[in-house]
Design a binder for this molecule. Structure first.
Ligand SMILES: [Fe+2]
Length: 339
């Protein structure tokens, strides 16, 4: 059967869908930060820079579904809920968000959908408070009830699409956020994941082109250490990452790459500086950011990507960014009063 040329791929990342039960938590989850100065700083950061109401942009998923209706393949690059309990989808409201989000995507695209596991599916410690982190119960739920595959591959003509789980690959960065009794199992899962990755890279044939999908670019230096991956690195045409939400964050991350590791100020600066110190390897993977649909509060610079692919691989894939304009109700400035 001949493949359409161009073969059109639509890519969305960091949807952070808010189910009614998760959205009902509103800003209250920030009240867990006990230190008043830290709480105030985190609230300011979320209000002015990151995203004021992460759960309030669900309609962007509907817009994406409508605009991507004719795509031959759709990739969702991780983070389907708001993870407002910081323990991933073992939390029922976060599970509902991810389930609603994936159900909408699957209903729209069926077998054309490939879905990556993000870090928020598995849990992530909150900024400003040592609370939450990765949980095996969330991994189990993500891979069973949500039917997310930690590793997948799909061939389209001369192209191989590969999806990996960044949290498993970069486990060394996240280990301090896991429960000590769960660490042996996380390490076993990582080894199992790496085996799948090695087998896939070993089976790549000369002349094939790879499009790699990885939620968090922190994982890429760990992939680089794998001989099987390095042997085929020149065939990686692009690595599509998410997680950073905005081109602006990506620029800062590149600028800060090579910085020394910050071991004071707690877990988040330590995790971020460890990841950034290794960011010099990102270039080898030819990374391309798919921003979140809403982008940053500060710049409102979200959207999604499309790729136009020649299945024979004679022409390189042409990527295009499609911005989402904020509606006036999203852009309005709500009160900063503590809720
Ligand atoms: Fe993320």
């Amino acid at each position: 059967m001949s493949l359409p040329d161009p073969f059109r791929v639509a890519i969305i990342s960091d949807l952070h869908y808010g189910s009614p039960v998760e959205a009902a938590r509103g800003h209250t989850f920030l009240n867990r930060i006990q230190n008043p100065l830290r709480r105030w700083l985190v609230k300011q950061q979320r209000h002015w820079i990151w995203l004021r109401e992460p759960w309030a942009h669900n309609h962007l998923l509907d817009r994406f579904i409508a605009e991507a209706a004719t795509a031959h393949l759709v990739v969702a690059n991780g983070d389907y809920s708001c993870d407002s309990a910081y323990v991933g989808v073992m939390d029922e409201p976060a599970f509902q968000s991810a389930a609603d989000c994936l159900q909408k995507l699957r209903a729209a695209f069926g077998g054309r959908l490939l879905a990556v596991v993000g870090d928020h599916e598995l849990g992530k410690m909150m900024l400003g408070q040592k609370e939450g982190g990765l949980r095996l119960a969330s991994y189990a739920r993500a891979t069973s009830e949500l039917a997310l595959e930690p590793f997948w591959q799909s061939r389209v003509g001369n192209y191989v699409f590969l999806g990996v789980t960044s949290t498993l690959l970069a486990l060394a960065v996240f280990e301090s956020e896991a429960l000590p009794e769960e660490l042996p199992e996380w390490r076993r899962l990582r080894e199992q994941h790496l085996e799948s990755v090695r087998r896939a890279f070993d089976s790549i044939r000369d002349g094939e082109r790879i499009l790699l999908f990885c939620h968090d670019p922190s994982a890429l230096p760990f992939l680089w250490r794998e001989e099987s991956v390095r042997a085929r690195l020149r065939q990686v045409e692009r690595t599509i990452v998410g997680h950073l939400h905005s081109k602006w964050v990506m620029r800062q991350a590149r600028w800060l790459s090579g910085m020394p590791r910050i071991t004071f100020f707690g877990h988040t600066p330590r995790r971020l500086s460890t990841a950034l110190r290794e960011a010099r390897h990102w270039a080898d993977f030819k990374i391309l950011l798919c921003p979140s649909p809403a982008g940053l509060q500060l710049f409102k610079d979200g959207g999604y990507l499309t790729a136009s692919i020649d299945p024979s691989g004679r022409r390189p894939a042409a990527f295009e960014f499609h911005p989402f304009r904020w509606e006036s109700r999203e852009a309005k400035v709500p009160s900063l009063r503590p809720k």
